[in-house]
Write a protein that binds this ligand. Structure first.
Ligand code: SF4
Length: 246
C-alpha cells in the first residue's frame, strides 16, 4: 500500500486512498485500458524521453526515427557532431537544446560504463536505477520515472506537464510544487500497482478534457471528486490564470 506523505505545513492533504482508487477506476472506464507504451531498452527510452520535451508524440517519434536512421548504432550517435544531430532531430523541436543534451548523456554513460549498454538496469533495484539516471546531465525525475516505468516495468508515475496540471487541479499538490516534490507526492498517494496506468489515464484526461487554459469540467468524469471544478464552473478561475479570482 502507498504511504502518503504528510502535507507540508498549511498545505491540504492529497486525495485519500479511496478517492485515488475511484479516480483511477473512473479514468479506466472513461478511456478504456490504460496500457503503458511499448517497452523499449533503457537507453532508447532515455533518449526518447529527452526528445519528448515540449513537443507532441508525433513529432517526438519523427525525430527519434530520423535520428536512429541516421545513426543506427548508439556508438555512432554518441560520436555525432552537435550540429549534425540537431539537424537530424529537427522535427521534434528545440533541436539545438536537445542535441547537446543527448550527446552529454551518452558521453557520461560511456565514461561510466565503457559502453552504452544499460541492460544491467533490468536486474538492478529501482532506487539504484533512479539515482544513476538522476546523476546524468539534464536528467530529472520525470525522465528517470519514464525509464523505470516504460522500459523496466517498475511502479513509477512520471509527472509530465499534463499529469502535473491535472494532479494539481485534483488537489494532489499545490501551485508551487516543483517536479521532484510532485513525483514524491504522487508516488506516496498512488499505490504501486496503479502508478503506470494512473499516469496514462491522467495524460489522456489532460489532453482531452482537463486541458491547459479552461478545462471542460462540465464533461469531466472526475468532476465531483475535483476541488477545482466548482471554481471553474462558477467562473471564479480565469482562463490561463488559475487561482486568480475573476
Ligand atoms: S473537474 Fe475540471 S479541473 Fe477537475 S480534473 Fe476534471 S476537467 Fe480538470
Amino acid at each position: 500500500m502507498a504511504r502518503q506523505l504528510a502535507p507540508r505545513s498549511g498545505a491540504k492533504p492529497p486525495p485519500s486512498p479511496d478517492v485515488v482508487r475511484e479516480i483511477h477506476g473512473r479514468l479506466r472506464r472513461a478511456f478504456g485500458p490504460l496500457d503503458a507504451p511499448v517497452r523499449r531498452d533503457p537507453i532508447e527510452e532515455l533518449i526518447l524521453t529527452v526528445l519528448s520535451q515540449k513537443t507532441s508524440d508525433v513529432n517526438r517519434d519523427r525525430a527519434f526515427e530520423a535520428m536512429r536512421a541516421r545513426y543506427p548504432p548508439w556508438e555512432a550517435l554518441a560520436n555525432a557532431s552537435t550540429a549534425a544531430l540537431a539537424d537530424a532531430i529537427r522535427p521534434g523541436g528545440l533541436s539545438n537544446t536537445k542535441a547537446p543534451r543527448i550527446l552529454a548523456i551518452l558521453a557520461e554513460i560511456r565514461e561510466r560504463e565503457g559502453s552504452l549498454d544499460l541492460s544491467w538496469m533490468h536486474a538492478a533495484p529501482s532506487e539504484r536505477v533512479r539515482e544513476y539516471l538522476l546523476a546524468l546531465p539534464g536528467v530529472g525525475p520525470k525522465t528517470a520515472a519514464c525509464v523505470l516505468a516504460f522500459s523496466l516495468g517498475r511502479p513509477a508515475l512520471p509527472v509530465d506537464t499534463h499529469v502535473h496540471r491535472v494532479a494539481r487541479r485534483l488537489g494532489f499538490f499545490g501551485e508551487r510544487v516543483d517536479a521532484a516534490r510532485a513525483h514524491d507526492v504522487m508516488d506516496s498517494a498512488v499505490p504501486a500497482r496503479l502508478r503506470i496506468s494512473m499516469h496514462v489515464g491522467l495524460i489522456r484526461l489532460g489532453r482531452t478534457i482537463c486541458k491547459p487554459g479552461r478545462p471542460r469540467c462540465e464533461e469531466c468524469p472526475l468532476r465531483d471528486l475535483c476541488p477545482t471544478a466548482p471554481l471553474y464552473l462558477a467562473g471564479r478561475l480565469r482562463h490561463g490564470h488559475e487561482l486568480a479570482r475573476a
